[in-house]
Design a protein around this ligand. Sequence first.
Ligand code: CA
Length: 233
Amino acid sequence: MPATILIVEDETDIATLLRYNLEAEDFRVYTAETGDEAQHAIAEKLPDLILLDWMLPEVSGIELCRRFRAREETSRVPIIMLTARGEEEERVRGLSTGADDYVVKPFSVPELIARIHALLRRSSPNLVTNALKVGDLEIDRTTHRVRRGVRDIHLGPTEYRLLEYLMRHPGRVYSREQLLDGVWGNDVYVDERTVDVHIGRLRRAINRGKEADPIRTVRGAGYAFDERYDQRA
Ligand code: CA
């Protein structure tokens, strides 16, 4: 599954250049020109990484970065700041607001892509392999085989996609809307309660007896795959 990158950049030529090069690397790319647009885009689809321009109209990149870090759903999404300012002081300021990396314009595209890959390997190792394993739960994305410990688990196609989606980013909280979008697809009309029904089926399939439930219900927010479920009593 390709990683999704959100580009927040008001200069169209730079955004176009980035989109072209990132799509050539097999990333899925979407763009926003302002902070407002970025927040709407993220509410619809959570990216795996954000490229964030420092100089934006209205809300600055720095302020946006701070907001992304403050919100639970975006607190762990890697952010690379793009900026024309190379001063050491500004660089430190950028990193101290929570950006993971920093490139100075004009930047080299291959170098930027190398940094993106490096960050994704750290933040989403599950995006780059075919096996997903968290605790005693394991998915083989080639064969769609699911196991918990030594037990084979049989899931319907929707439950499988739901589990795979949640396990790609353990700990990350997804709203029902984001799950509908990511698991069912944009163009399908399904009620948000459908998500609850399938989460219920998924739980019944993967949890037996007193086993810890890896799926966490986050009140008022949605669901997450609990990365530490196997450490709970
Ligand atoms: Ca700009």
